[in-house]
Write a protein that binds this ligand. Structure first.
Ligand code: ME8
Length: 682
């Protein structure tokens, strides 16, 4: 049995949760659920980081004890997760005795093994980053991480001899034993390791900071908060003697062992740490070296996520520009928020947060593409098939588009069926591959390609019309659209769990969410009742005056779009500047020849004259929409400087510009007037 142990960072209990926290936990939750779809056993942990200077200061500012402060704040995190439909198996707090025991035992072992030493030390200390910096690390005399002031401190402290593990760490990363995704983050760590690795100060004198776990071998010191916090990943699954205590504290929620192994031995080799890129060094340098020193294996896998930005600046508590996930959840519901977080941001990259973008994602993906598909299909079942899944008539073929939708659905779940990508989705991958690489945004985009293809089927096969003249033809279309919806809902469940289940109910499927190995096209039973239901997703518009991205006014009632006459709001998705536009070399092209590509239903091979730029071969995915005769001798619009690429073994050296009509047909953009081949379009 393959397993997946997912961890989020344990969040500082020094302020309320913000959208960055919600993102990290949502990605980990969705990845965990995808691993469940792949048939794996999973265990998923989150929690709060409750010691250290930041927490002590936050408590001081409120005039209460640190313990009272963290008791209150941890509850806001703990309550947020189910509200966002995330389902961690465990919530760990670093002030719990079971964790303090682990930290002290680990410290004692390193001390006994002479891997911790006492030294006198001086350096620039940043309270905001809770660490020392050397002179050359500082940026304009300030902390390079937080930009805050630093002070010169001189004190005796305890050091973990991290430098000894530099080469083993490099080996672990280079050999792939520590798999850091996306891969550029592994290079970043290796780059960092090209400089000599220093030893790590792992204590704080109580005279400066008392809120921490006391060193077992010196009562005048507490443990550095990161040394303490990172060990939570071991405590949570019963490492370092925590198993019995975990069972006592967590009961059924404790990680369980397997095959005669302890829970730690069961889960540790399967760990995947989810974390933001700002805490990469602590996780990918301090943590594995600590583990190696303790005689444990370094973490198997990391998923390093990017930042949500506000106006291109990182959103963070210290900058005071954070977005409250609860406000957004109250306004749009948790599923829309999850969808936005997972679909808008490519895992590992930064993305700009705006409420306008969230509304657009809802309206485009959920209300239009997914919602309409379900609604239209269910409506035909209701009106023409007595509210029951139609029986598949014998001997009726699927339309080519329907066949391709079916092939896509089966291909996504890993069946070895030939599948051809289209112009709109140039590459689609089976779900197990994108999940393994933790490219969940790609997984979702690929499943949405299936949803869009099914909408095209409805537009092209027109079952709402054919049902009046050829009911069997409509039955074929509708049955397979229902199957496609079932596949899509099952595959979207990790992102929008409640919605996916609601969709399944809506199309008459009572078998629940299935692992991919049990998902079979054609299992939807004919005759199953398809209940009547309203729209799955309301469409929203941003209220007048609502400031995209700020949810302080989130208590306003949302306003589903009522009429087409509403003033259109101008939202520009991914705006580009003029220079970027000018970088596109758009030209008038004259099609000199066009022919179908063998073994491809979609592609036409065009020879196009671009005047002064010469001849180009262009492979266009339009064979289902245009005949060669409709193109030969006509002028079209071509993107001439697109990177050439090979399709079906042939080069395509440009792109033909097409418009998609309301019913899903593709029509070429043509110059109006007598523009010769090669004319520049701008
Ligand atoms: O770092 N966008 O806790 P933390 C995306 N306690 N992610 C963001 C973000 C943003 N704008 N701002 C913060 C800590 N994050 C430690 C972790 S683990 C042993 C200890 C993410 O409350 C950030 O990248 O500061 C990180 O992954 C997480 O929030 C930590 O938040």
């Amino acid at each position: 049995m393959t397993r997946f142990y997912a961890t989020t960072p344990i969040y500082y209990a020094n302020g309320k949760p913000h959208i960055g926290h919600a993102y990290c936990t949502t990605v980990a939750d969705a990845a965990t659920r995808y691993h469940q779809l792949l048939g794996e056993q999973t265990y998923f942990c989150t929690g709060t980081d409750e010691h250290g200077q930041k927490v002590q200061e936050a408590a001081d500012q409120r005039g209460i004890s640190p313990q009272q402060h963290v008791d209150e704040l941890q509850a806001t995190f703990r309550e947020l997760w189910p509200a966002l439909h995330t389902a961690p198996d465990q919530f760990i707090r670093t002030t719990e005795p079971r964790h303090e025991g682990v930290v002290q035992r680990a410290l004692q072992q390193l001390w006994d093994d002479k891997l911790i030493e006492k030294r006198s030390f001086s350096g620039w200390y940043s309270t905001s980053a809770e660490r020392f910096w050397t002179e050359k690390d500082l940026v304009d005399g300030r902390c390079p991480d937080t930009g805050q002031a630093v002070v010169w401190l001189e004190e005796a402290n305890y050091f973990f001899l991290m430098s000894r593990f530099q080469q083993p760490l490099i080996d672990a990363i280079e050999s792939g034993r520590m798999r850091i995704l996306p891969a550029n983050r592994a290079n970043e760590v290796l780059g960092f390791l090209r400089e000599p690795l220093l030893d790590l100060c792992i204590s704080r004198p109580k005279s400066r900071l008392s809120w921490g776990i006391e060193l077992p071998f010196d009562a005048d010191f507490v443990t550095y908060v990161w040394f303490d916090a990172l060990l939570n990943y071991v405590t949570a699954i019963g490492g370092y003697g925590a198993e019995a205590e975990n069972a006592a504290v967590l009961g059924d929620g404790a990680a369980s062992g397997a095959d005669g192994l302890s829970s730690f031995e069961t889960w540790w080799p399967k760990v995947c740490h989810f974390l933001g890129k700002d805490i990469l060094t602590t996780h990918a340098v301090y943590w594995p070296t600590m583990l190696m020193a303790l005689g444990l294996a370094p973490p198997r896998q990391y998923c390093v996520t990017g930042w949500w930005l506000m106006d291109d600046t990182k959103m963070s508590k210290s900058l005071g520009n954070v977005v409250d996930p609860l406000g957004l959840k109250d306004k749009y519901g948790p599923e829309v928020l999850r969808w936005f977080l997972l679909r808008e941001m490519a895992v590992g990259q930064d993305a700009n947060f705006s409420e306008a973008a969230l509304v657009k994602r809802n309206n485009t993906d959920l209300a239009n593409d997914l919602g309409n598909l379900v609604q239209r299909t269910a409506a035909i079942v209701d009106q023409h098939f007595g509210g029951q899944v139609p029986t598949l008539p014998e001997g009726r073929a699927l339309s080519p588009l329907l066949q391709s939708a079916q092939a896509l659905g089966r291909y996504l779940i890993g069946e070895d069926v030939p599948f051809e990508a289209t112009a709109s989705a140039q590459q689609v991958w089976p779900v197990d591959k994108t999940v393994d690489e933790l490219k969940l945004h790609v997984t979702l985009a690929d499943v949405m390609t299936l949803v869009q293809r099914l909408n095209q089927v409805l537009a092209q096969d027109q079952p709402f019309k054919t049902v009046k003249t050829d009911k069997d033809a409509a039955a074929v279309t509708i049955y397979h659209c229902l199957e496609g919806i079932r596949f899509a809902a099952n595959l979207l469940w990790p992102a929008i769990p409640e919605t996916a289940e609601a969709i399944l109910t809506r199309i008459g499927w009572s078998g629940g969410i299935l692992p991919l190995s049990k998902l079979t096209w054609g299992d939807l039973p004919a005759g199953a009742k398809v209940p009547k239901g309203g729209a799955l997703f309301p469409r929203y518009k941003l209220e007048d005056g609502a400031d995209a991205g700020k949810t302080a006014d989130a208590k306003q009632k949302h306003a589903p779009i009522a009429t087409q006459q509403d003033a259109p709001e101008v939202h520009i998705d991914n705006p580009i500047d003029y220079a970027q536009f000018m970088a596109l070399d758009l030209r008038v092209g004259e099609v000199l020849s066009a022919e179908p590509v063998k073994k491809s239903k979609k592609l036409l091979r065009l020879q196009v004259s671009l005047g002064e730029l010469g001849m180009r071969q262009i492979l266009a995915g339009v064979a289902e929409h245009l005949t060669p005769a409709q193109l030969i001798g006509t002028k079209i619009q071509v993107l001439a400087n697109l990177q050439p690429r090979k399709l079906m073994g042939m080069w395509s050296q440009g792109m033909m510009m097409l418009a998609e009509t309301a019913d899903g047909a593709l029509v070429p953009m043509r110059p109006d007037g007598d523009a010769p081949a090669g004319s520049k379009i701008a």
